[in-house]
Structures are given as C-alpha cells and as structure tokens.
Design a protein around this ligand. Structure first.
Ligand code: 5RP
Length: 219
C-alpha cells in the first residue's frame, strides 16, 4: 500500500491535495505537537476537515505526547488507522484497546533508535507497526537503511504467525529506496516528497507501487 504524506502537500489547499492522490491506498497525516518532535503541524479539527473531503482512508501518525488522551479522538473522527509512538505511551495496550473500540486500526510507531524487542509483548494488540526510517519531525530527510533489520524481523514474525499486523515504513521512501524496504518486508510505504514533489503525483504512486510489488516478489 502507498500512503502519500500530506506533510509535503500545500497546507493552504489540503482539500485539493487529497484529490490529487485518489490512487493511493491511505493518506498519511502527520500530527506533530512541537513537544514530542521539534515541529508543529495540525490537530484534530484539521483532520476532521480532511476526513470530510478525502476519498482515501486516513492514516494518522501522532507524533505527540500523552497519546492516551488524544489518540481516540482521531479514531472517532473516522481515521482508518491511528498510530501512536511507543516512546510516548505509558500504557500502549490501553491505547490500542481504545483505538479499536472507536473503530480504527491501532498502530504503534518506533523511532530509528528504538528496538523492536522492547515492544514485542504489546504488538499482538496492534494492527500496524510503523518503523520510522528517519527521525520523526520533518519531511525530505534521507532514508536510514539500518532500520531495515527491524522491518525484516517484523516480517519474519508476521510470516511465522507470531504477529498479525501491517509493517509500515515512513521517511525518505522514494524510487531509490522503496525496493530496499519492500525486500525487507514492508507492506505500507509512506512517501511525502516523492509523491507531492512529483510533477504527476498519481504516476508517482503507481510507479512506487509497481517497484515495491516487483521487489517483494523477487525477495
Ligand atoms: O513522519 C514524517 C516525518 O516525521 C513524514 O511522514 C515523512 O518524513 C514523509 O516525508 P518524506 O517522504 O519526504 O521523507
């Protein structure tokens, strides 16, 4: 699945920007609070407005502190998937339970320096594992190949039946890096600049999806 990140879209024209990516599987919405990450983007009222006009399901990535308090609101707004950061949670299982009860898939994100092993016990309660392939906070950064060991391990756990979730990657995903992430076993690819920076976003989405599918079938 390809999930273009609105972080690279024109924030003054969000309704038009979601219409440019109707070929996408999810639209990725980065919520940043200038506290968990050193950047500030948008919050629930804007997500509600996007939800009302988006033909594509929303994938909300909450880079915020106190996700226990705020995350369920994004699920109640109708987002398909809501991801919280493991590093920000005091009780990840409780967040997952609340997200699912509100009708969303529950996602857990880990930063590049966070080991997967630290969260293996809670992952059965989640539907999505987001492996950050850059430090969260800004678009346009370089993909960190050292994060692929976590994607490979998550893929192995899914393929052997120990976990049942989507493996998502986010940060620096483009035509030069997507095959590496697909070969490692990712299912969902967030791409900001590679889609919204392209002359034809729809063609960019199709190209990335074809590259990922080919790399996955070769691996
Ligand atoms: O979560 C993010 C940053 O924290 C963004 O989704 C991500 O960086 C996408 O942008 P790009 O594809 O340009 O790297």
């Amino acid at each position: 699945m390809i999930a273009p990140s609105l972080l690279s879209a024109d924030f003054a024209r969000l309704a038009d920007e979601v219409q440019r990516i109707t070929d996408a599987d999810w639209v990725h919405v980065d919520v940043m609070d200038a506290h968990f990450v050193p950047n500030l983007t948008l919050g629930l009222p804007v997500v509600q407005a996007i939800q009302a006009v988006s033909p594509v399901p929303l994938d909300c990535h909450l880079m915020i502190t106190d996700p226990e308090r705020w995350a369920p609101g994004y699920a109640e707004a109708g987002a398909r998937n809501v991801t919280v950061h493991a590093e920000a949670c005091t009780d990840p299982r409780a967040v997952a339970r609340d997200l699912r009860a509100a009708g969303a898939l529950a996602g857990l994100a880990i930063k590049p320096g966070t080991p997967l092993e630290a969260y293996l016990d809670v992952l059965p309660d989640f539907d999505t594992l987001l492996v950050m392939t850059v430090e969260p906070g800004f678009g346009g950064q370089s993909f960190m190949p050292q994060t692929m060991s976590k994607v490979r391990e998550a893929r192995r756990l899914v393929d052997t039946g120990h976990l049942q979730l989507f493996v998502e990657v986010d940060g620096g995903i483009n035509a030069d890096t997507i095959e590496q992430a697909a070969a490692a076993g990712a299912d969902v690819f967030v791409a900001g600049s590679a889609v919204y920076g392209a002359e034809d976003p729809a063609a960019a989405i199709r190209g990335l999806r074809a590259q990922a599918a080919a790399a996955r079938s070769r691996s």
